[in-house]
Design a protein around this ligand. Sequence first.
Ligand SMILES: [Zn+2]
Length: 474
Amino acid sequence: MSKSQGELARPGRAMLRFLGAAGTVTGSRFLIDTPDSRVLVDCGLFQGRKELRELNWAQFPVDPASIDAIALTHAHIDHCGFLPVLVRDGFKGAVFATQGTAQLCKIVLPDSGHLHEEEARYANRRGYSKHAPALPLYTEADAKQALEHLSHVKYEEPVQLAPGVRAIFRRAGHILGSATIALEIERPKPTTVVFTGDLGRPFHPILSPPAPMPDADFILTESTYGDRLHEDADSIELFANTIRNTAAGGGTVVIPSFAVDRTEVILWHLRRMMESGQVPRIPVFVDSPMALSALAVYRAALAEGGDDIREELHGASEPFDPGMLVEARRVEQSKKINAEGGPAVIVSASGMATGGRVLHHLRRLLPDPKNAVLLVGFQADGTRGRRLLNGEPTLKLFGTFVSVRAQVVNVPGFSVHADQKEIVDWLRTARRAPTTAFVVHGEPESASALRARLDEDFGWTAVVPKYLEQVRLN
Ligand SMILES: [Zn+2]
């Protein structure tokens, strides 16, 4: 695609194009074209099924150099992980994000680049890639380059993203720094488009609840759990019981965890459970350098009294250490965990077991029925996490099959995504109906369930958009 595309005549109207997270959870990317500029909200990686992951390799639908600015809702990789590709391929503008998001991007993006390089190296060594040689989607160096473009914004303070487009970031309560973004388009007539990003839950133990929904002409709402309700109390009990029973049998509980936020929420619960005697005091290993770096960012935010931290935790010194926390940063420390045996809890990334150190633990622990795997987050279709959730008897790890004899327990109540009721309750805070609600970030069943609720209960025009669909905003 030629660079001159950025200089082509701008449309007379404002347009929105769904470049991802349409009919699926991942690959959050929404393009706004106005008479004055071109802005991208979120710049995420597609994850999960192979057909989806292949979209990361497809040519980006517009020339990256033609985009004036990018705004990020939060630092999860399916919302920011494609940034290094766009910067490498010519994006020159600023990337607007809250301080928390910027800090976490500094951890997750280089790590993602590093993982892509590792994967390519591993595939080349084993010869199991059909591409020869296998190439990384992007490198750690590309990721570091992308970080240079980050520009901090504050919650609730309007910021000019590009000519004719302002934005207000508001607390989303999903992970540290997460925001809903209200985009205010000036021409041809004032139009507000609200992006929920990922919406948090009112009861996040560390983060303040999401700020109410602002007035919107259009809303793009997430629907990850658009067809489900979280059973919190049951989940917490199931979580505690699994650890107690596994520990009693001398086994190890492995928790594949998203490095950012989920680890903090798990540690917070473990500490409370160990303090109350609900679970015995056993060693808790956090085996993920990225999770530990993120933990440091959370600890600093608590100490500083960050804008989205619950007030009662401002200045809190250490709500995360259950007393026997072992932080495994280096590879030798990670390997030592194997020698220690049970009873123990291992919290390790990645959350859907698509990569990272958790794979080594699964290979070692899955064949023995005295161990357990706790699934605490969303498991996208096509991932190893989903295979475990589905009860598949074997799992492919490092090119070979491993028997799944360990107990696999799903505790969705640990999710940091709002469930259907919580999304609907949040949308209900709108003071007026939007012209259209676009239901995004959901697999088809979840998205259509939420769409139906908005249609039937609110009387809104609600749509599940298609990949690459384009709509007029004014
Ligand atoms: Zn997220």
